[in-house]
Design a protein around this ligand. Structure first.
Ligand code: TYM
Length: 333
């Protein structure tokens, strides 16, 4: 039986953080044996904010290195840069013909950007979900490992796939689903308790995979907490819940259970919990940071990986494009 197709990408806008790791990369690594995986650095998506070209290029190499350092094996998956697969652009154009301006204007991430950067509301920003759908449908992706913030975009990808199939009377594209190993899609909050951890906002409350040990400790100790619960078995505030999510992923089950019990019986000392979490986080991040740093010393090796990844991706993409052109009627030979 052929393996199911998995597609996902990470924008090259800055340093990767715990949200990217636990929301996406960790799942990529867990999926790489059982699925036919296409993972890419979304460098076109990064262009919506007009990054400095030198910085953009450095970011692409770093994101690639951080993915590999986290355990992704380029021999097992297609690991590539989005812009190295020009078939993406063609499908983007075809899907744009089926996307309505009205529905794109209603996308919450677009509305957020509109509020944050009213002076840069470019068409690329508006059609961002169409490009994302093109990335996925290009390989006829069925499963997409992403964090909670991307769920809405996936719904749009399903809509575009469905619309294409209906218009051209063929079940050509699958309707891609968010993939997760747990019941809930992961959302890692910023350590100050305000919004999600992100590459560009709240950088002092975001732990990056490239952060040095003492930086991790400092950020962790500043994480938002409160006086602690006064009633046994209280509902956890979301910023405390977030610390437990992190504890759950980097500490031992015993440590986790001890702090959970002390929360439930109102004896928890958040200072102790954060100290423990900081140390376990340091132990977790250090090998990734060091490996990523080492990989970035050899851009030629990373280029080779990217090139091979793009070849695998183009082989799959060209088949889809050929089929799509035929259905649309723009094939003449
Ligand atoms: P990006 O680069 O913002 O994030 C990459 C991945 O990390 C996840 N993520 C989080 N998960 C949990 N908690 C957080 N705080 C957190 N922050 C980020 C994201 O959900 C994502 O899975 N548009 C996409 C990139 C993209 C893409 C695609 C993804 C382009 N084309 C096709 C899937 C399929 C983005 O900007 O992700």
């Amino acid at each position: 039986m052929s393996k199911e197709i998995v597609v996902s990408g990470i924008r090259s806008t800055g340093h990767l953080h715990l949200g990217n790791y636990f929301g996406a990369i960790q799942n990529y690594v867990k999926m790489q044996d059982a699925y036919n995986c296409f993972f890419f650095v979304a460098d076109y998506h990064a262009l919506t904010t007009h990054p400095d070209p030198k910085e953009l290029r450095a970011n692409v190499f770093r994101v690639l290195a951080e993915n590999i350092a986290s355990g992704l094996d380029p021999e097992k998956v297609a690991l590539y840069a989005q812009s190295d697969v020009p078939e993406t652009n063609e499908l983007y154009l075809l899907l744009n013909m089926l996307a309505y301006v009205g529905e794109l204007e209603k996308v919450p991430t677009f509305k957020d950007k509109l509020r944050q950067h009213p002076d840069n509301v470019n068409a690329g920003l508006l059609t961002y979900p169409v490009l994302m759908a093109a990335d996925i449908l290009l390989h006829k992706g069925a499963k997409v490992p992403v964090g909670k913030d991307q769920e809405q975009h996936l719904e749009m990808a399903r809509n575009f796939a469905h619309r294409f199939n209906t218009r051209y009377n063929e079940e050509f594209f699958p309707e891609p689903q968010v993939f997760r190993f747990s019941d809930e899609t992961v959302k890692i909050m910023s350590l100050d308790g305000i919004g999600k951890m992100s590459k560009s906002e709240n950088v002092n409350a975001t732990i990056f995979l490239s952060d040095a040990d003492d930086v991790i400790r400092k950020k962790m100790m500043k994480a938002k907490t409160d006086q602690g619960p006064t009633e046994p078995n209280s509902v956890m505030p979301d910023y405390i819940q977030n610390l437990f999510v992190l504890l759950n992923t980097v500490s031992t089950p015993e440590v986790n259970a001890t702090f959970r019990d002390s929360f439930n019986n109102c004896s928890i000392r958040y200072g102790d919990m954060k100290k423990q979490l900081a140390e376990d986080m340091v132990t977790f991040i250090t090998p990734i940071r060091e490996k990523a740093f080492e990989l970035q010393q050899d851009h030629d090796a990373l280029r080779k990986i990217m090139k091979e990844g793009a070849e695998k991706a183009r082989a799959s993409a060209s088949k889809t494009i050929e089929g799509a052109r035929k259905l649309v009627g723009v094939n003449y030979y």
